[in-house]
Design a protein around this ligand. Structure first.
Ligand code: SF4
Ligand code: SF4
Length: 438
């Protein structure tokens, strides 16, 4: 059977060798824990605790501030020390609940349930109560995603096991180590729809994960594993939907408009934990890797924990690394402080000895057309970057600049090392800001 794919894309060095064979290791947090009230798309959560309150691990500390928002729970037991602005990995500030961890990890009593005894509304309510959001980085509240306008029109729930960003291995390890719970998580999501089939979509550079997931779904008529060609950005939402179903969406559509819902691997795991075990989202897997880290690995991390502890757990730094990235090297962002908390969307910490990107010098375009060939959205990146450099909003929009998914493939492939994606991204932000003013 042919492998699923999309047109365009690039093949960056994958760097997964550093951590792919390192089993997930649980890290117990030390010191104060920081819980930003915005760890998701939508309205910030609203604190339901005050300074001086004692809380248990798993206790609700901030509730969703609107329909598109998410609950936040403490991952440790301890005392609320403050509610104040703290720095995030992005460099921005966010009002946060600070909890002094008492090191005892006393938990609330969780209420497990069997899937058969729950109605669809109760399933959605348990996912909502647990504060589950998309854990691939976007942070969209999962219960909202699972409540589309036309549920009968949903044909596919696609679980994104592509993990196409170089270096990241947390989804891979989750598939190897928790495959049963992933199948159960997908079955829970499928139970909310009359017509949907499930797909685990996995790139062909993960043969062990493909094998184990194929074995686990062998007796499941409504679930299949689809093997994807290894290519970046195969795991991008639009590329993934096209590769697995042949359907296309654009910036004015939701995946549900094409009959699809896409979930990250860790999100599917969190759905299982919330619905069956009754546990809120208080932990996630983080890959800590790169040539600037002594012992790269995959860690099961308690949300709210300081990034510095991740570095200690991975054996410390090699020399004085120049670059720290949160997320993957293609779509992640540079970090300027490590004194920031792990949040629901923190998939990885990459540490590199050398900051190669900032030393790159760009030269004139040689009109080779490679950026257009690499663009998964079939755009003309060189032309769009030209409009961006002249602040030509009209031309940028006319040539579909708003369809850019900011994957970075054009910048990566450009032999003249032009910062195409950065220019296009900046112009997109300007257009969106101007639209909001109108
Ligand atoms: S123009 Fe946008 S979507 Fe196309 S390759 Fe560049 S960053 Fe990716
Ligand atoms: S890849 Fe770079 S050099 Fe080639 S056409 Fe695009 S911008 Fe110009």
């Amino acid at each position: 059977m042919g492998k699923c794919t999309f047109k365009g894309g690039v093949h960056p060095f994958d760097g997964k060798e550093f951590s792919k064979d390192k089993p997930i290791k649980e890290l117990f947090p030390e010191g104060d824990m920081v819980y930003p009230l915005s760890q998701h798309i939508g309205a910030p959560a609203v604190p339901v605790v005050a300074k001086g309150d004692y809380v248990l691990a798993g206790q609700l500390i901030a509730e969703a501030g609107g329909f598109v928002s998410a609950n936040i729970h403490s991952s440790v037991s301890g005392t609320v020390k403050a509610i104040e602005p703290r720095t995030l990995a992005t460099g921005g500030m966010c009002n946060s609940i600070i909890i002094e961890n008492d090191g005892e990890y006393k938990e609330v009593e969780y209420v497990p349930k069997k899937l058969e005894e729950l109605t669809r509304d109760e399933i959605r309510e348990r996912i909502k109560a647990a504060g589950v959001v998309g854990m691939g980085g976007a942070g969209f509240p999962t219960n909202v995603k699972l409540t589309p306008k036309n549920p009968e029109a949903i044909d596919y729930i696609i679980v994104n096991g592509a993990e196409c960003e170089p270096y990241l291995t947390s989804d891979y390890r989750r598939m190897l180590e928790e495959s049963d719970k992933l199948v159960k998580g997908l079955k829970i999501a499928l139970s909310l729809f009359d017509n949907a089939k499930g797909i685990f979509a996995i790139e062909d550079n993960k043969p062990e994960a493909i094998k184990i997931m194929q074995e686990k779904v062998a007796g499941e008529p409504d679930i299949q594993v689809k093997v994807l060609k290894t290519k970046y950005p195969q795991g991008g939402e639009r590329s993934l939907i096209y590769a697995t179903t042949g359907r296309s969406i654009n910036s004015s559509m939701l995946p549900a408009d094409a009959g699809c819902i896409v979930h990250n691997i860790d999100t599917i795991f969190s759905i299982y934990m919330a619905v069956i075990e009754g546990k809120p989202l208080t932990k996630r897997i983080v890959t800590v890797t790169g040539d600037g880290i002594k012992n790269p690995g995959n860690f099961y991390v308690w949300l709210g924990m300081n990034y510095r502890q991740l570095i200690e757990a991975a054996g410390g730094l090699v020399g004085e690394p120049e670059k720290f990235i949160s997320g993957g090297p293609m779509m992640g962002f540079a970090m300027y402080s490590l004194d920031v908390p792990v949040v629901k969307g923190s998939s990885s910490l990459l540490v590199f000895k050398e900051d190669v990107v900032s030393k790159i010098e760009s030269s004139a375009c040689i009109r080779c057309g490679k950026c257009g060939e690499a663009c998964p959205e079939h755009l003309l990146p060189a032309k769009l970057a030209g409009f961006a450099s002249k602040n030509n909003e009209e031309g940028f929009v006319k040539f579909d600049g708003m369809e850019c998914v900011m994957c970075g493939s054009c910048s990566y492939i450009c032999p003249a090392k032009r910062p195409l994606a950065q220019q296009i991204k900046a112009m997109r932000s300007t257009v969106l800001a101007n639209r909001r003013k109108k």
